[in-house]
Design a protein around this ligand. Structure first.
Ligand code: A2P
Length: 341
């Protein structure tokens, strides 16, 4: 990518839940945008969206659209990424891809700027943005790992419906509305009714009885933390929350870390805010994390069942730090390095 003052940027999947947030985040963080092009399918091509008080028309995604685009943020699902990201990379665009298509490819960096920013530099045209539940967990755990070496992680997630896109958000709305007026429930997006329910099933089941989402958390965490010795087990659950994923995380460390020490480390960790004062009912909740870019940590306690263990409650906006903000932060690292050259 060439050294420039401002960049030609594209968003693929601009009309989706994450795509819309990408537009907001580019604007809020004053990313140096020369031009912004928005792409989606024929369903929404021709619609208009706003960026920096300008109306932009959504264009149909096609193979020949990438010439002249410096950076493309992709969030239109794995199939679109597999088809179009290599085409974009060949046209000289750097793709920051929010799907799971390339995350575990050893030649493609998987980046969380607070954890492994330098991995960005190893890209060959595609950089992968991790899974939303993985991002918030590693932002909170990396500083503890650096201090006390984490040996094992046991995580259970409580994931909002926006992680599955705008149709999923509509389904929660329609089911809730219908149930509150004693109507019938239509189940289309999720495997069961999501309104007033919890579903321990995110993405497809694999032969070992785990879901793909659970395996993503295990594999991606090891890759981002650059530590294959970590032992990790996950249970991922969909809950009827619109925005914001919560996680109950138990860690076992090599060195002893008191709850107070962990609180102090996390209080000065990049991208983390500690909300931990149980006596005053202060702990993170998704409603408060929604719309924010930080990862919120609370309920920090020593695990009294083992010598070196901690329990934490980690919450973040899955559309922002879990997706759009992380992608734009990667783009910021990219252009910072380009400016230095
Ligand atoms: P569209 O609005 O045209 O359906 P979400 O994850 O919130 O459901 O959003 C998915 C995003 O991916 C939307 O912007 C959607 O556009 C886009 N998308 C889905 N299929 C395609 C496709 N075949 N080509 C381009 N964009 C697509």
């Amino acid at each position: 990518m060439l050294k420039k003052k401002k960049y030609n940027v594209a968003i693929v999947g601009a009309t989706g839940a994450v795509g819309k947030e990408m537009i907001n985040v580019l604007e809020e963080r004053k990313f140096p945008v020369e031009s912004l092009r928005l792409f989606a399918s024929e369903r929404s091509a021709g619609e208009s969206m706003t960026f920096m008080n300008q109306d932009l028309v959504v264009e149909l995604l096609q193979e020949n659209v990438f010439n002249g685009i410096d950076i493309a943020l992709f969030s239109a699902g794995e199939k679109i990424s597999l088809q179009y990201a290599p085409i974009a990379a060949r046209a000289g665009t750097v793709v920051i891809d929010n799907s799971s298509a390339f995350r575990m490819n050893p030649d493609i960096p998987l980046v969380v700027p607070e954890v492994n920013p330098d991995a960005v530099l190893k890209h060959n045209g595609i950089i992968a943005n991790p899974n939303c539940s993985t991002i918030q967990m590693v932002v909170a755990l990396k500083p503890l790992h650096d201090k006390a070496k984490i040996k094992r992680i046991v995580v259970t997630t409580f994931q909002s419906v926006s992680g599955k896109g705008k149709e999923a958000m509509d389904e929660l709305f329609e089911q809730t509305k219908s149930l509150l007026s004693f109507g019938d429930v239509k189940v289309e997006v999720f495997p069961h009714q999501i309104a007033f329910n919890c579903i321990p099933h995110i993405d497809a089941f694999l032969d070992n009885a785990y879901t793909k989402e659970e395996v993503k958390m295990v594999d991606e965490t090891k890759k981002i933390m650059e530590d294959d010795s970590l032992r990790i087990t996950a249970t991922t659950v969909r809950v009827p929350v619109y925005i914001g994923h919560s996680e109950s995380v138990n860690i076992e460390t090599e060195e002893h870390l008191s709850a107070n020490e962990a609180r102090a480390i996390l209080s000065s960790a990049p991208g983390v805010l500690v909300y931990d004062d149980p006596g005053r009912n202060i702990y993170p909740v998704p409603v408060d994390a929604a719309g924010k870019d930080e990862v919120f940590v609370g309920r920090i306690r020593e695990d009294e069942s083992i010598p070196n263990g901690l329990n934490l409650w980690i919450v973040a906006d899955n559309l922002r730090k879990g997706a759009a903000t992380n992608a734009v932060q990667i783009a910021e690292i990219l252009i910072r390095h380009t400016q230095k050259r």
